[in-house]
Design a protein around this ligand. Structure first.
Ligand code: KG4
Ligand code: ZN
Length: 350
C-alpha cells in the first residue's frame, strides 16, 4: 500500500511517500521538504498567516518532486495522509485541504495523523529502528512529554511540562540573548563555545519526584542573569562580549539538558524499560544526545534518535505514522472528505 503524506502544522511544508510492508517497518520511498525559516526570520518568529500562504505555494511542487523521485504517479497512491493537529489552524487546513481534495479526486481514502505521533515514530525511519515497548522523550517546540509506548497507538503519558516546552525554553532564552529565530539551534551553536558551569541556573522540578517538567522559571532566570551582566558592563544584553553570551547560552543549555536527562532516566527506572526513543526538534541537540547516550549506556539502556534531518518537522514522519497505523490494523483510512483539523489535540487522546 502506498501512502502519500503531507505535513503543514507550522513552518515546514513536507511531503513523502511511504510503502507499507507485509511485515516489518514500512519503507520511505521519497520525501521533500521546504522550510519557511528564512521567510519568518525577518519577523523574529513564525507569522501564522504567512505560514499558511507559503504552504499553499509549496505543497504541489513538493508533491511533484516526491512523485518524480520515487517514479510513481498520483494514480498509484492508495491512501492520502495529512497532519490533523496539533498546530496552527490555518497551516493545518492547507495540508488537510490538499489531502482531502486529492483523496476525493482520486477516489482514495484519507487519514488524519497526530503530529506528535509522527515525531514519536520518526526513529522508525532510521536504519536501526527501535522495538516496542520503549520510553519516549518527546521534545518539540510546543511539547515536552515522557510517554510509555507499548505499540502503535498504545501511548501512556507519564509526565509533561506544566508550562513552557523545552524547545520554548531554548527559543525564548535565545531571543532574549539577541540570537533571533529559530532560537534553539542558534543557542546550541553558541553554547558550544561557552562554559556550561559559568552560571548557576535553576533545574526546575529536578527533584520533584514525578515526571513533570517546568521551564518557564528557567527562561526568567536566564533573563535576570543576562540583565545583571549587561548592567555590570553598562551595555545592552545583545552587546555583551561574545564569550559572556556563550557562557550564558551554555549554562542555559546545561540546565535544560540536565532536567531532560534526569527525568528520562527516572521514567526508565519507573517503567523498568531498557529502551529510550528521543523525538522532536530538541532531539537534534548535541549535548542532549551526548549526555543521554552516556548515561543510558551506563545503565544498559539503548537510545534511539531520528536521523538529524528528520528531528524537526517533515512529511516522512507523517506518512510513516499513517503507514504504521494502517499496517498495525489499528486504523482504516476514511472516504469521508469533510475534513477538520485539531489545533489542540492531546496525544494520549487518539
Ligand atoms: O519538532 P519541531 O520541529 O517543531 C514542533 O513540532 O514544535 O521542534 C522545533 C523546536 C524549536 O523549539 C527549536 O528551537 C528546537 O526544536 N530545536 C533545537 C535544536 N534544533 C531544533 N533545540 C535545541 N538544539 C537544537 N539543535
Ligand atoms: Zn513538530
Amino acid at each position: 500500500m502506498l501512502v502519500l503524506g503531507f505535513e503543514s502544522s507550522c513552518d515546514e511544508t513536507g511531503v513523502a511517500m511511504v510503502q507499507t510492508q507485509s511485515q516489518g517497518v514500512p519503507t520511505l520511498l521519497a520525501h521533500a521538504l521546504h522550510s519557511q525559516i528564512e521567510m519568518h526570520q525577518a519577523y523574529g518568529g513564525v507569522v501564522p498567516e504567512l505560514a499558511s500562504r507559503d504552504h499553499i505555494r509549496r505543497v504541489l511542487p513538493l508533491t511533484r518532486e516526491v512523485l518524480t523521485a520515487c517514479g510513481r504517479s498520483l494514480a498509484d497512491v492508495d491512501v492520502v495522509a495529512f497532519t490533523r493537529g496539533p498546530g496552527l489552524a490555518g497551516a493545518l487546513l492547507v495540508g488537510a485541504g490538499v489531502a482531502c481534495a486529492l483523496g476525493a479526486a482520486l477516489g482514495k481514502p484519507v487519514l488524519g495523523v497526530h503530529h506528535l505521533e509522527g515525531h514519536l515514530l520518526s526513529p522508525f525511519l532510521s536504519a536501526d529502528p527501535p522495538e516496542f515497548p520503549f520510553v519516549a522523550l518527546l521534545v518539540s517546540g510546543g511539547h515536552t512529554q515522557l510517554m510509555r509506548v507499548d505499540g502503535v497507538g498504545r501511548y501512556e503519558l507519564l509526565g509533561e511540562t506544566i508550562d513552557d516546552a523545552a524547545g520554548e525554553a531554548f527559543d525564548k532564552s535565545a531571543k532574549l540573548l539577541g540570537l533571533g529565530y529559530p532560537g534553539g539551534p542558534a543557542l546550541a551553536r553558541l553554547a558550544e563555545q561557552g562554559d556550561p558551569a559559568a552560571f548557576k541556573l535553576p533545574r526546575p522540578l529536578l527533584h520533584s519526584g514525578n515526571l513533570d517538567f517546568s521551564f518557564a522559571g528557567l527562561k526568567t532566570a536566564v533573563m535576570v542573569q543576562a540583565k545583571k551582566l549587561a548592567a555590570a558592563q553598562g551595555c545592552a544584553i545583545e552587546a555583551l562580549p561574545a564569550g559572556v553570551l556563550a557562557d550564558v547560552a551554555a549554562s542555559a543549555q546545561a540546565a535544560i539538558v540536565e532536567v531532560l536527562v534526569k527525568k528520562s532516566l527516572t521514567a526508565l527506572g519507573q517503567t523498568g524499560l531498557k529502551r529510550l526513543v528521543v523525538a522532536g526538534g530538541v532531539g537534534a541537540n548535541r549535548r542532549l544526545r551526548e549526555q543521554l547516550s552516556a548515561d543510558c549506556a551506563r545503565r544498559g539502556v539503548r537510545v534511539h534518535y531520528p536521523e538529524l534531518h528528520l528531528c524537526t518537522d517533515n512529511g516522512a514522519m507523517i506518512a510513516m505514522a499513517a503507514a504504521m497505523r494502517l499496517q498495525s490494523g489499528r486504523e482504516t483510512a476514511s472516504e469521508v472528505y469533510a475534513f477538520d483539523v485539531k489545533p489542540r489535540w492531546p496525544l494520549d487522546a487518539i
